[in-house]
Ligand binder design. Sequence first.
Ligand SMILES: Cc1ncc(COP(=O)(O)O)c(C=O)c1O
Length: 394
Amino acid sequence: MANYKDAAHLASLTKPSEPVFCIRPAAARKAADWFLGAFPGDTFYAVKANPSRWLLQTLFEAGIKKFEVASIAEIRLIRSMFADAEIAFMHPVKAAEAINEAYGQHGVRIFSLDSDAELDKIIRETGAASDLTLCLRHAVPNDDAKISLGRKFGVDGDEAVALLQRMRQAARQLGIAFHVGSQTMSPAAYVRAIDIVEQTIIKAGVIVDVLDVGGGFPAAYPGMTPPPLADYIDAIERRFNAMLVAENCALWCEPGRALSAESSSLIVRVEARKGESLYINDGVYGALFDAGHLNWPFPTRRLGAAAAALDVFELFGPTCDDLDHMPGPFFLPADIAVGDYIEIGVLGAYGVAMRTGFNGFAAYGEAVVEDAPMLTVFETLPMTKAIRGEEANG
Ligand SMILES: Cc1ncc(COP(=O)(O)O)c(C=O)c1O
């Protein structure tokens, strides 16, 4: 893959007519090193955030040997790349065939569930295996998350107590897992969740072998600067160590966003300008799903032209659909024009993974760049206020 100093270098040399992913293996390595060094337990990478082969390979080489997956396709991908990786199949509602293949052909032993029916299915499809790690997906509040994952999965109360007791009979290792929601802005969310699951464990009177605090660790976006990541780890570690039931219990986490967000940005080109609306060559049916559907505030900068006062813009993607609209606000030079290139940063999580190819806009370039990501949670970088979204016109 071609290598460039930064996105501006790439754009000036290649003048791309299609969007180009700028990939930063060094940023992925830094994120992996950070989690492996700081988290007092096992880190599983949540593959759904970004299943790019280069990223999986980079994380694996950096020491992330465990992967959290949602589908049989993700399992096949991980197994095809890493014969010895540990795979946790943590979607609480799985196809019977997927469980069967995961257990029988890919060596998957870790499964999550939130119902009796799913437990019956896992027991049946694994031939009542005696080597399973079964994790109950516990419902917990998602109030501190920018993206709630609290509505669809998870059990609590008496239902969780009864299911945990049943699972204890079927599992070699019994786990309890939760997800506080993606881009969780307060470490207290994890503490509250552990408070809740501890009560369930006490009421069930079972020994738990694994506590899995899930994903939800934040990245930095304009106007969305989270507390230091170390505060999250501290809060989790203290509360975990104070658990009455923690003796001999392993601690796991499943970051997707935090391990991948900083690893990619995207170069797009302005194809038309109408006032403060810019028509660019990628959009919500491409890698910018979150910018449109969730109004996610990605950092932007114009590449290669002289600095100018900033103005506030909205973006439209290349398809013919009205929904292909990213309201922003995006802060870009007031004199931005057709043919200019824009870098959209911190797009490594839930960007590549969301592309549809709708209207035939499916082609992307890819190249390695050597500069630092536009925003980072892994060290303090000198960031301009504009990139942080704190100031327009200046
Ligand atoms: C079970 C599970 N684990 C981990 C993750 C990763 O979450 P995040 O990207 O917020 O870290 C998700 C995201 O949907 C998930 O569903």
